[in-house]
Design a protein around this ligand. Structure first.
Ligand code: GLU
Length: 492
């Protein structure tokens, strides 16, 4: 029982779940899965001034989209909801009071101004620690304290940081870490409005929720000695800590909104697949120990271990994510993306509002474009010519493929296609090959002008599948228009 692995994600709803937060969520989830443990979601929402409307919803949606389900929580509509710290403020309060009773904490009535003054006095007197100074609330007599309390003077509750000591802990990723207590101020546990600080609520909950391992980003490492001292004050055993490496942008700087620090939902909106983001995030600090990069969720879950998480900074390379997403596009099913694609086409006004996903033509278009698109959005955006005749031809391609006697070539192809009973891609391919032989040219000399004529661009899916999908009528109309265009631009 005691050795059960229990981890948690403890986001503050001060913004959206960005990729760093998602990596933390993922590593916790993977660690829980690899150890047959439990992954708990706790919303740390006691700082009401930084609360952002809609953030909780977005965090839940992001986790669900990535498939990072949590294993327990209060029941909401037949499902587990997260734990909310805002519903537990009384618990934190009574715990802070408990530390006063045991002599580990004290009420501090100082205003920031007074604290500053004390600090200056302390420096002059060359005392090592401001709270050791006798005019500090830490050293207030019980009587004075009681009388201030009686007149309801606002106050906070602070932890008595022990003087002149080292506080150390073992980090599973970074090894032994030690801090001098004299470098730490007596930290606030309970604010004057009765709300706990992050430190108190976080420690109380991690203890009460029997969290065995704390896996969090390394920006929290400087909080850990404070937490260890809070555990100590309560007489509790601290969990095991592991601080995950920072994530940098490719230029070595901090991740910024411009350089990948987007939210998980931004990636969803940009047409990324959850399985690709899952795979990509897993490699931000962890590696399988060989050069495998594309790995399924199951594979990663199977072999994930904290031993292979490095303390070295990870690099968020958006190009690599794009490449990886392209690989996942190839293996994803048409069905899994069809709805999103159709919605985008509706939004772009390419298809009618009432279009449904059971139109076989739409399925064909998606399956033809899927393998060559890096994202769902790229797919949706490159499909215009499946629905509309091209309005222009790609400038560079004109020079390459609409040169010489392209008009004559296209005209003769039109005549041959007109007579073809079947528009099956295999039949079309034979027709093209036969014509190339007759003209004693490479078949590419027929394929490229045809493609440019029917799509307006020089790239796309296999030409014969494309022609089959568009159908005889569309193809012939477009080719004839290209011939007309060529004839009217002959003097170019
Ligand atoms: N509420 C903190 C956050 O927003 C939790 C940090 C921790 O995991 O202890 O990330």
């Amino acid at each position: 029982m005691g050795s059960e692995v229990r981890v948690r994600l403890a986001p503050s709803p001060t913004g959206y779940l960005h990729v760093g937060g998602a990596r933390t969520a993922l590593f916790n989830w993977l660690f829980a899965k690899s150890k047959d443990g439990r992954f708990i979601l706790r919303i740390e929402d006691t700082d009401r001034s930084r609360y952002q409307e809609g953030a909780v919803q977005e965090i839940l949606e992001s986790l669900r989209w990535l498939g990072l389900d949590w294993d327990e929580g209060p029941e909401v509509g037949g499902d587990y909801g997260p734990y909310f710290q805002s519903e537990r403020t009384e618990t934190y309060k009574s715990h802070a009071e408990q530390l006063i009773e045991t002599g580990h904490a004290y009420r501090c009535f100082c205003t920031p101004d007074r604290l500053q003054k004390l600090r200056e006095e302390q420096e002059k007197a060359k005392l090592p620690n401001v709270s050791g100074y006798d005019r500090h609330c830490r050293n207030l007599s019980t009587e004075v304290g009681q009388s201030l309390l009686a007149v309801k003077k606002p106050h906070v509750i602070r932890l008595k940081i022990p003087f002149n000591r080292t506080v150390d802990f073992h980090d599973l990723i970074r090894g032994e870490i030690a801090y001098e207590t004299d470098s730490l101020d007596d930290l606030v546990l309970l604010k004057s409005d009765g709300f706990p600080t992050y430190h108190l609520a976080n420690v109380v909950d991690d203890h009460m929720m029997r969290i065995s391992h704390i896996l969090r980003g390394d920006e929290w490492i400087s909080s850990t000695p404070k937490h260890v001292l809070i555990y100590e004050a309560f007489g509790w055993e601290p969990p095991t800590f592991a601080h995950m490496p920072v994530i940098l942008s490719p230029d070595g700087g901090k991740l910024s909104k411009r350089k990948g620090a987007a939210s998980v939902m931004d990636y969803k909106k940009a047409g990324y697949l959850p399985q690709a983001l899952f795979n990509f995030l897993a490699l931000l600090g962890w590696s399988p120990g060989d050069d495998r990069e594309k790995m399924s969720r199951e594979e990663i879950t199977e072999i994930f271990s904290l031993d292979r998480v490095t303390p070295k900074a990870a690099v968020f390379d958006e190009k690599k994510l794009e490449w990886m997403n392209g690989m996942y596009m190839r293996e994803t099913s048409v069905d899994s993306i069809l709805r999103d694609v159709v919605r985008m086409w509706v939004d772009q006004g390419i298809v009618a509002r009432e279009t449904t996903t059971d139109d076989p033509y739409l399925r064909t278009v998606v399956s033809l474009l899927k393998d060559r698109s890096r994202t769902v959005n790229e797919l949706a955006e490159s499909a215009t010519y499946f629905f509309r005749d091209p309005e222009s031809y790609e400038e560079k391609a004109i020079k390459k493929h609409f040169k010489g006697n392209a008009a004559v070539t296209l005209k003769s192809l039109c005549e041959i296609l007109q007579q073809s009973d079947s528009f099956d891609h295999q039949v079309l391919e034979e027709v093209y090959r036969a014509q190339a032989e007759t003209l004693e040219i490479g078949v590419g000399k027929l394929i490229h002008p045809t493609r440019l004529a029917v799509t307006g661009v020089s790239y796309g899916p296999g030409l014969f599948e494309l022609l089959e999908a568009l159908g005889k009528e569309n193809v012939l109309r477009r080719m004839k228009r290209a011939v007309e265009w060529l004839e009217s631009h002959q003097d170019r």
